[in-house]
Design a protein around this ligand. Structure first.
Ligand code: CTP
Length: 212
């Protein structure tokens, strides 16, 4: 099956040299891409800026901002039978990115306020805007009330599965090499995946969602 996977953070430009981003390393998404390839799937990896080499045999579509990731997914998802949204997409972006580097006003001591506007929810657009009828899998990175938030996102975004991780824990999740997740299925079952290297967690997630 052709599978689209989003991975990594997005960068939202403030000016030509500055941006807003987050701590996502892309490791979980890249591990999923490698595991899906190993399971015999044809993988398209839509990735924000990361310090990782793309897994061999995986098609890479690099993007930078949330808007670029939205456009890339919109253009490709129709050719895929499954889509896994592991990217940590910025929820807000600067309203008016400056064309030139923003200069401070010397000696004024004044602060500055950056106006942000919401980005479009890519996963949340899959069922409606993109008309995607394939297997839809979201991720949720939470610091509290993980189960409640995960189940809310699963329903709100029309997912078949939602993979939740607790990013308040320092030993797993963002940036690390290990993860521990719970996979929530729209039809009820909740499958805990024990702590392990992201490559192993990726394989277990794929099995749980019927792609491994
Ligand atoms: N997501 C997306 N596009 C966005 C924001 C999120 O595709 N603009 C996807 C992520 O890739 C992930 C899921 O939605 O699969 C959940 O992302 P998250 O940021 O945790 O959820 P939000 O709906 O943004 O909720 P909140 O930030 O309030 O927790």
């Amino acid at each position: 099956m052709r599978i689209l996977i989003t991975a990594g953070p997005t960068r939202e430009p403030i000016d030509p040299v500055r941006y807003i981003s987050n701590r996502s390393s892309g490791k979980m998404g890249y591990a999923l891409a490698a595991a899906a390839r190993d399971a015999g799937h044809d993988v398209l990896l839509v990735s924000g800026p990361v310090a990782l080499a793309p897994p061999e045999g995986v098609e890479l579509l690099p993007v930078t901002s949330a808007a670029e990731m939205f456009a890339a997914v919109e253009g490709e998802i129709g050719r895929c039978g499954a889509a896994i949204f592991a990217a940590a997409v910025a929820d807000y972006t600067p309203a008016h990115p400056a064309r030139q580097k923003i200069k401070k006003v010397p000696g004024s001591g004044a602060g500055m306020t950056l106006e942000l506007v919401p980005t479009r929810d890519i996963l949340g657009s899959a069922r409606g805007t993109f008309g995607f009828a394939g297997l839809l899998v979201g991720f949720a990175a939470e610091t509290e009330d993980v189960r409640e938030h995960a189940l809310g996102k699963l329903r709100r975004k029309g997912c078949d599965f939602l993979v939740a991780n607790d990013v308040s824990r320092r030993d797993i999740g963002f940036d690390g090499d290990q993860n521990e997740v719970v996979v929530y299925a729209a039809d009820g079952p909740e499958t805990p995946v024990p702590k392990g290297p992201k490559s192993e967690v990726a394989r277990a997630v794929l099995r749980t969602i019927g792609l491994g």
